[in-house]
Design a protein around this ligand. Structure first.
Ligand SMILES: C[S@@+](CC[C@H](N)C(=O)[O-])C[C@H]1O[C@@H](n2cnc3c(N)ncnc32)[C@H](O)[C@@H]1O
Length: 253
């Protein structure tokens, strides 16, 4: 697996272009869906909200809490987290276009704000947040360990981090490697293995609470619906079972 390291400024520009090309019908989520059963015909937008809710329920926050959303996209998850929990949410993205969209989307929502920032150089004082969420953003960052360390510093003791990430569940077959490499290159991502998470979290000062392999509930249906909608035209990815997704929960001691 040869993976070029993503450069945050380039990722920001990729999302500027990508966001500018989306209209109101594209929705307010930029992450995969979660389907309870493999034959479910729930649309991607609802399944994406379902994944946000699975993440939110693990944050253990309530009214009065302050949540950091790392790589907030156009604001859908942050607004949903605030609505479901009553917590305040601050989202950051390295795409100015996304921050403008997100702030417009949340203009009439209390307690939700977005700012342009690079998660590898977090602009917050230590212990600013009660919890953090990072949905499908950490794979765009040059070094997950650095971001986990930044998040740990931004959390108060006892605060939880809930993230979703893509993983190599098993060695990618040689004939499928070019498809995966192209996908990673085009979207400026790197891939880790599930086993990489426990030591990475430990090094960052975080305690592992849960790692859930959510691949069977997310990957195939999302890739299929993306290609039907003409987004992320990588239908071949739907058949690569070794390329999966995890939901990770950690806590600052
Ligand atoms: C696939 S989108 C997910 C967006 C959002 N979490 C969601 O679920 O709708 C990835 C997000 O990560 C953000 N991102 C990637 N690298 C980043 C970095 N170094 N600093 C801040 N945001 C970053 C992108 O700008 C984008 O908002």
């Amino acid at each position: 697996m040869s993976q070029a390291l993503p450069v945050p400024e380039d990722v920001g520009r990729l999302y500027d272009r990508f966001t500018a090309s989306r209209d109101a019908t594209s929705g307010v989520n930029m992450h995969f869906g979660y389907w309870d059963t493999p034959d479910s015909d729930v649309p991607l937008s609802d399944a994406a909200d379902r994944l946000t809710d699975l993440v939110t329920d693990r944050l253990r926050v309530a009214q009065g809490s302050h949540v950091l959303d790392v790589g907030c996209g156009v604001g859908g998850p942050a607004v949903r987290i605030a609505g479901r929990t009553g917590a305040r949410v601050t989202g950051i993205s390295n795409s100015q276009e996304q921050i403008s969209r997100a702030n417009a989307f949340a203009a009439s929502v209390d307690g939700v704000e977005f700012r342009h920032a690079d998660a590898t150089r977090m602009p917050f004082p230590p212990r600013s947040f009660d919890a953090a969420v990072a949905m499908e953003s950490i794979f765009h960052m040059p070094d997950r360990a650095v971001v986990l360390d930044q998040i740990c510093q931004a959390l108060r003791p006892g605060g939880r981090l809930v993230l979703t990430d893509f993983v190599e569940r098993a060695p990618i077959p040689v004939d499928k490697q070019p498809v995966v490499d192209r996908y990673l290159r085009e979207f400026m991502m790197t891939l880790v293995r599930v086993d990489d998470y426990p030591p990475m979290l430990r090094l960052a000062g975080l305690r592992l609470v849960e790692i859930l392999d959510i691949s069977e509930h997310t990957m195939r249906q999302t890739f299929s619906q993306f290609s039907e909608q003409g987004e992320f035209g990588h239908s071949a990815m739907a058949d690569i079972a070794e390329f999966g997704a995890v939901l990770v929960v950690a806590q600052k001691p």
